[in-house]
Design a protein around this ligand. Structure first.
Ligand code: PLP
Length: 398
């Protein structure tokens, strides 16, 4: 027997597996609503104009490519802080936030998870039911026991906030609660500011540790609006973890640009936490890559590019909302009797359609319309040309 004879074949990644199936599909009308990627009105992955301008400036500067500091580009980390906590926020002025550049939002989550495991090895982790597929796997891989708090009720096709709150109140002190800061993936349902206030009270009273995953800042209502929830945790005096992803908001998926920020109670504490985060990074991949971080730092720091980015991000947000309306209206026009109005109250890139696994499989096999088995569809991949076909296809399987 060989060294690897006991190695078993791991299951395929459910979403990336769907991509492979889509690529092999010969249906000329096929539509990929599986993966969480924003496509423009022509069905193309955008390269933002602000990114192109920054890349051109960086190219012209011909800078040598030395190692970055372990925690990344300082201007990048400062840009993240301003974005997440607000330019004039007290926590930043007081030096209470430790921020590190990370390999996408996933990297921010993993560095945070590894640090938390060292800090409090016996803590449990709670994620929403349902949640982004990788949350459970990532925190399990970091050594945690992962449970869920109630979030979505399939029977009523709405949030089960009472269940969520009850589960948070029942959690043991020290439990790490992973919360979607905005644009919940996969459901598209966010809780209201008043409900957030209750969650914050529960986190505080129960001595829980909040880990906010912010992968879609700017996709619900706006950059400041979507980030406001972070300020509420800070105002409550809580130590909070925030992972940031620019994959979607800068359309820089493959550059792996993200961050982890940890709010501490003093500058002294933040310096110590930063030193520990740097060990996590140093022992995993030493330091982050240059290009994506340099692009984002330049855009965030240059008033003109920054304004351009905000405009382009608003354009993506507005287009998604228009597609939600087109989907809801189109389904009605296609003869779907049940009320699909929830599609327009959901936010972000995804809609939980309420369709069953059988219906999703039929959509895929008979119509070439690809969503996940859970009924999740990426509305950010709809456009004027494909939305009619998608509506007609859904109408046939409902
Ligand atoms: N968190 C959530 C909720 C996500 O939906 C995603 C991306 O799909 C991520 C984190 C990961 O983002 P990144 O691709 O930047 O690692």
């Amino acid at each position: 027997s060989s060294l690897f004879s006991s190695v078993e074949m791991a299951p395929r990644d459910p979403i990336l597996g769907l991509n492979e199936q889509f690529a092999a599909d010969t249906n000329p009308d096929k539509v990929n609503l599986g993966v969480g990627v924003y496509f423009d009105e022509n069905g193309k992955l955008p390269l933002l104009a602000c990114v192109q301008a920054a890349e051109k400036a960086l190219m012209d500067a011909h800078k040598p490519r030395g190692y970055l500091p372990i925690d990344g580009i300082a201007a990048y980390d400062n840009g993240v802080k301003a974005l997440v906590f607000g330019t004039d926020s007290d926590v930043i002025k007081q030096g209470r936030v430790a921020t590190v550049q990370a390999l996408g939002g996933t990297g921010g989550l993993k560095i945070g998870a590894d640090f938390l495991k060292k800090l409090n090895p016996n803590a449990k982790v709670l994620i929403s039911d349902p949640s982004w597929e990788n949350h459970r796997a990532l925190f399990t891989q970091a050594g945690f026991e992962v449970g869920t708090y109630r979030y979505y009720d399939a029977a009523t096709r709405s949030l089960n906030f009472d269940g969520m709150l009850a589960d948070l109140k029942a959690a043991a002190p020290g439990t790490v609660v992973v919360l979607h800061a905005c644009c919940h993936n996969p459901t598209g349902y966010d809780i209201t500011p008043a409900q957030w206030a209750q969650v914050i009270d529960a986190v505080k009273a129960g001595k829980l540790t909040a880990f906010l995953d912010m992968a879609y800042q700017g996709f619900a209502e706006g950059i400041a609006e979507d980030g406001a929830v972070v300020g509420e945790f800070v105002a409550a005096g809580l130590a909070v973890f925030v992972s940031t992803s620019f994959s979607k908001s800068f359309s820089l998926y493959g550059e792996r640009v993200g961050a982890l920020s940890v709010v501490c109670s003093s500058k002294e504490e933040a310096d110590k936490v930063l030193s520990q985060l740097k060990i996590m990074i140093r022992t995993n991949y030493s330091n982050p890559p240059t290009h994506g971080g340099a692009v984002v730092a330049m855009v965030l720091g240059d008033p003109k590019l920054r304004a351009q980015w905000e405009e382009e991000l608003a354009g993506m947000r507005t287009r998604i909302k228009a597609m939600r309306r087109a989907l809801a209206e189109g389904l009605k026009a296609a003869g779907v009797k049940q009320d699909m109005g929830f599609i327009t109250t959901q936010v972000g890139m995804f809609s939980y359609s309420g369709l069953s696994k059988d219906q999703m499989v039929r959509l895929r096999n008979e119509f070439g319309v690809y969503g996940t088995d859970t009924g999740r569809m990426c509305v950010a991949a709809l456009n004027e040309k494909n939305v009619g076909y998608v509506c007609a296809s859904i109408a046939k399987v409902i």
